[in-house]
Structure formats: C-alpha cells, structure tokens
Design a protein around this ligand. Structure first.
Ligand code: SAH
Length: 222
C-alpha cells in the first residue's frame, strides 16, 4: 500500500489534487475536516530538491538530517485518529518537514511542534511563515520530555517511534485528551496506537502497523 504506483504525477495541478484526495479516501481517510485540511495544505511546499516532483505520491520521502516526511495517507489516518477539536492545544513531537503540523494548524487553535534537529525547526518555521500559518510554534528540544512550559495538551501526536509511550508525554495529556503515536522497536514492525486519558487511567487502542524513524534522545548537533 505504500508504493505510490497508482499516484501518477502527470496532469494539471487540479487533476493532481483530485487524485491525491481520492487516494487518501481510498486508504481510509474519510473525515471531511481532515480531507479539507489536506486539500488546503500543499505537500509540495514541504518537500524540497530532488524529490519535490514526487510530493503528490503516497510515499514517505527523504528530508534533510536523514529524516523522512511521512506518507500522506498515514498523516491523514493519524490526524483522523487524533480527533482534533477547534479549541484544542496540540503538541507534535517530530516536526520534520512541518507538513503534519501545518495540517494540524487547520484543525486546532494552537500547535506546538518540536524537533531535535535545529535545521528542521528553522526550515519548517520559514515554511509556516511563508504560508501565513500563524498558530504554529516550532521549537528545538528533545520531545521525549514533552513541552512542560506549555502543558497540559488536549492532543499529542508523536511522529517518531519509541518503545513505549514516553512517561512525560502521558503526564502532559489533559483528562479526556488523546495521544496518537507509533510504538515498537525502531527497525522492526511498529504499531500505531491511540491513548486516551480517562479519570481511571489510560485506555490503549492499537490502530495499524506502521514504520517510522526512531525517537532519539537528546538534541542533535545540526
Ligand atoms: N512529522 C514530520 C515527519 C517526522 S520524521 C513531517 O510531517 O514531516 C520524525 C522526526 O522526529 C524527525 O525530524 C526527527 O528529528 C524527530 N525526532 C526524533 N527523535 C526526537 C526527539 N527525541 N525529540 C524531538 N524530535 C525527535
């Protein structure tokens, strides 16, 4: 389901957009608000250089610092599972290209996104400014500790895989809040899980197998 072979890149931009949205729907992204956000935010702004022409294919693609921009259908399914409400304050761990944060900015009141690579945070911030996405704040930090200054959050999304949900992130989730994240060994099969904070504790739901780059400790040199 990840080869993108049914996502030809030829044609006008309107045709390309229609094919992009059709493929998202056929892969289970059915929430109207999520589809609208993904229609508004052009993935082409988040993929630079050699791979730019493949921005509309349903594939993960390389971005600087040896990282990847996630596959659009996975971005859509994670966003859908997060069930973001218009008043929500959302934390994303793993800014990468900024694409996921940009989609969240269409659905939430405020988005904080953090990455351990300064360069990715800088470039994503430039893209957010160029697109006038004023409700996103991008910060360089080790997201496995969350963002204590801005906690608690209504929603948390992690776009790098940890072995287990990091304790500080669970602690920074509001009551009734939802966190979506991949868990598992970094180079083997991971599961996308949805954690809901209830008065009685945490509810865990396994959504689907996925493959993400690992959550790495500490701030990177670049
Ligand atoms: N959401 C991104 C894709 C993220 S790729 C997008 O839409 O393009 C995963 C990102 O997680 C990488 O950029 C990596 O640098 C970052 N990352 C890994 N470990 C981290 C940590 N401990 N804290 C913050 N970011 C981390």
């Amino acid at each position: 389901m990840t080869d993108g072979a049914d996502f030809p890149t030829e044609g006008t931009s309107a045709e390309r957009k229609m094919r992009f949205l059709y493929a998202l729907r056929s892969r289970g992204v059915t929430d109207t608000r999520v589809l609208l956000a993904m229609e508004r935010i052009d993935r082409g702004h988040f993929v630079r250089g050699l791979f730019a022409e493949r921005a509309y294919e349903d594939m993960p693609l390389p971005i600087p610092c040896g990282q990847t921009i996630s596959q659009p259908s996975v971005v859509g399914l994670m966003t859908q599972a997060l069930a973001v409400q218009p008043r929500d304050k959302v934390l994303e761990v793993g800014t990468g290209s900024g694409y996921q944060a940009a989609i969240l900015s269409q659905l939430a009141r405020r988005v904080y996104t953090v990455d351990r690579h300064r360069r990715l945070v800088r470039e994503a911030s430039e893209t957010f400014n160029a697109l006038d996405l004023n409700n996103i704040t991008a910060i360089t930090t080790d997201g496995s500790f969350g963002l204590p200054d801005q906690a608690p959050f209504d929603r948390i999304i992690v776009t790098a895989a940890a072995e287990d949900p990091p304790g500080p992130l669970l602690a920074q989730l509001k009551l009734g809040g939802i966190m979506v994240l991949p868990v598992g060994q970094s180079d083997t099969v991971q599961s996308l899980i949805k954690v809901t904070r209830l008065e009685t504790g945490f509810d865990y739901e396994e959504l689907r197998p996925v493959r993400f780059v690992p959550l790495v400790e500490g701030i990177a040199a670049d």
